[in-house]
Design a protein around this ligand. Structure first.
Ligand code: C5P
Length: 236
């Protein structure tokens, strides 16, 4: 499912000032901004409102994982902040996922806005088979990703976060309306960093990604706005 502008820029910067400056500079060239734990914990909910005020959509990536009632309330608070996407851990189980999705729908309805996408996170890419074995999960990572993805869809979620190398396998088993949001994107022009298994923006879109989460290739570029425009051109 392609969006007019599927680029989500990760605002992985430590201060509200830096985030806002970057957002104002590149908002017209991107589809949304991702606010993660570092920025949210240091700058607070206010930064969400400020970024929304640039006219951009916000992906609040806090990866909730708790008892269903607590996750539902956190999702409701995110909806009240007017975010367009947020994340929960699918390993919290079907009851937790259903509570999150219902809370997103009901809260949005009461405010007269469209419900944000509650995205499920399956197995973190920092985990491998040993990590799963350590916590008592005998499945390998790939099987576990597919299992959690199917559980997420059954529980009513409308989207998932996945690595670029999982897109094709997920597209084979998931209904077409499920939105896939993919980090690990590299254009080839940037310095080597900690991302090991990457695809280019074009490859990821062709594999079936709905949205691309891109951090350093845009915010660490000499001209972030031009970098975003070039990536958009490469996938248009
Ligand atoms: O700078 P870079 O493009 O690597 O940023 C990618 C963003 O996506 C970061 O915010 C990172 O935390 C996030 N992410 C990731 N890989 C995952 C999940 C999230 O890179 N598996």
């Amino acid at each position: 499912m392609a969006h007019k502008n599927p680029i989500i820029v990760a605002l992985d910067v430590p201060s509200a000032e830096q985030a806002l400056k970057l957002a104002e500079q590149i908002a017209p060239a991107v589809g949304a901004f991702k606010i993660g734990k570092e920025l949210f914990v240091s700058a607070g909910p206010h930064i969400v409102k400020k970024i929304r005020a640039t006219g951009a959509s916000v992906f609040l990536d806090l990866k909730f994982h708790d008892i269903p009632n607590t996750v539902a309330k956190a999702v409701a608070a995110a909806v009240r902040l007017d975010v367009q996407m947020t994340t929960i851990h699918t390993s919290g189980g079907s009851e937790m996922m259903r509570a999150a999705e219902t809370s997103a729908q009901d809260t949005a309805k009461s405010l007269g806005r469209p419900a944000p996408l509650v995205l499920g996170v399956t197995v973190l890419t920092s985990s491998n088979n040993e990590t799963l074995a350590e916590i008592g999960c005998e499945a390998d990572t790939e099987k576990q990703v597919l299992r959690l993805a199917q559980l997420a869809v059954k529980s009513g979620l409308r989207g998932l976060v996945c690595s670029p190398l999982e897109i094709m396998a997920l597209r084979k088993i998931l209904p077409a309306h499920i939105q896939l949001v993919t980090p690990g994107i590299r254009t080839g022009a940037e310095k080597a960093d900690d991302q090991k298994r990457t695809l280019s923006p074009r490859e990821a879109m062709q594999a079936g990604a709905s949205w691309l989460v891109i951090g350093r290739p845009i915010y660490a570029a000499e001209n972030p706005r031009a970098a975003a425009e070039k990536i958009l051109e490469s996938i248009s």
